[in-house]
Design a protein around this ligand. Structure first.
Ligand SMILES: NC(=O)C1=CN([C@@H]2O[C@H](COP(=O)(O)OP(=O)(O)OC[C@H]3O[C@@H](n4cnc5c(N)ncnc54)[C@H](OP(=O)(O)O)[C@@H]3O)[C@@H](O)[C@H]2O)C=CC1
Ligand SMILES: O=C(CO)COP(=O)(O)O
Length: 319
């Protein structure tokens, strides 16, 4: 039995897909939300338009977890610590699969390090890659990366999480997988700004390419393998998120570029991640000009025209 903690768009979508393999439990902290999902047979708040299958049990009571149980943690990165502080003891001997893409603002940690700190007896893994919740939930074909430092656990999770529409690749490079997934969100915000401000698709392509160089520079310095970054969790997800208005990071960037407000209740992982990574880069003396500009735009310290001037007037160099 697989348990998914967090009934947001992604957790619900993964639970729906996994239910085609057997029974799945989807846990939410919100009793009223659980009652609504049970009554409506759908998660109309976070994933409207998709029915919940019969194999999916939605609950607000965390079921007992036996050692080796698989538990997907599908909350935003900035909320993962709170979730584990509250429920970590119940998850002590599980395989905990983070389903989030970000760097924690306060600590600079990625999801697997947060798990290792708070639930050291569990095995930490991450599931990431190009995938919109609605696509997964509608049964459209999707390929993801499952990363776990323990090669044996990685293989068993790969098998357990593969479904008719989810093709899972595996790697032991958890650092690379989680950094690619986190940092591409920052580039997606920047690309949204460019399109929102009417700067054109050529500028976006340049930003995606230089953004990939920038995220690779940082991730490799932190121990990631370049091969992982060039795969689904890095390059693959960068392409999806920087080119689709379905992406909340990209849509948030478009609003910034148009000088419009954005609904603050919507999850935008790239905003907090940009701040965390910009600080980390400064300390490590690694150049991350695109990330720095995203932080300054979000903080209202730069206008879009100034941001572009800053990026375009950097010293000329070899590619
Ligand atoms: N949506 C997508 O297409 C994809 C999302 N992801 C990643 O998945 C992660 C989650 O995103 P997504 O599902 O879209 O986000 P949503 O905004 O749709 O949902 C977030 C969920 O987290 C729950 N939550 C927040 N804090 C806690 C907590 N302390 N304890 C328990 N539950 C909590 C919320 O519960 P409540 O309603 O009670 O606040 C809500 O159900 C992000 O890192 C995102 O990058 C990855 C791939 C695709
Ligand atoms: O990570 C995602 C696609 O792979 C989802 O992106 P958003 O969080 O920007 O919507």
């Amino acid at each position: 039995m697989i348990t998914v903690l967090g009934s947001g768009a992604f957790g619900t979508a993964l639970a729906i897909s996994l239910a085609s393999n057997g029974p799945v439990t989807l846990w939410s902290r919100d009793k009223a939300q659980v009652q609504r999902m049970q009554a409506e047979g759908a998660n109309t708040r976070r994933l409207p338009g998709v029915s919940l299958p019969a194999q999916l049990n939605v609950t607000a009571d965390l079921p007992p977890m036996s050692p080796g149980s698989i538990c997907l943690l599908s909350v935003p990165t900035q909320k993962l610590r709170d979730l584990l502080i509250e429920h970590g003891r119940a998850l002590a001997h599980c395989h905990l699969v983070a389903c989030c893409k970000g760097v924690e603002r306060v600590t600079g940690y990625g999801p697997t390090r947060i798990i290792a700190e708070l639930v050291p007896t569990a095995t930490a893994a991450i599931l990431t890659g190009p995938s919109f919740a609605h696509d997964i939930a509608r049964g459209l074909p999707t390929a993801l990366t499952l990363a776990c430092k323990d090669a044996v656990v990685a293989q068993s999770l790969q098998t357990a999480l593969t479904t008719p529409n989810l093709r899972i690749y595996r790697t032991t490079d958890a650092t690379g997988a989680e950094l690619g997934g986190a940092l591409k969100n920052v580039v997606a915000v920047a690309c949204g700004v460019v399109i929102g401000a009417g700067l054109g698709e050529s500028a976006r392509a340049a930003l995606m390419t230089r953004g990939f160089a920038e995220l690779s520079r940082m991730a490799v310095a932190l121990g990631a393998e370049q091969e992982t970054l060039a795969g689904l969790s890095g390059f693959g997800d960068l392409v999806l998120t920087c080119t689709s208005e379905q992406s909340r990071n990209y849509a948030f960037g478009m609003s910034l570029g148009r000088n419009k407000c954005f609904d603050t209740s919507i999850t935008v992982e790239g905003a907090a991640t940009a701040q965390a990574v910009s600080e980390k880069a400064r300390k490590m003396q690694i150049e991350m000009p695109i990330t720095d500009v995203v932080v300054a735009l979000i903080d209202g310290k730069l206008r879009v025209s100034q941001a572009m001037d800053m990026l375009l007037s950097r010293p000329l160099k070899e590619e």
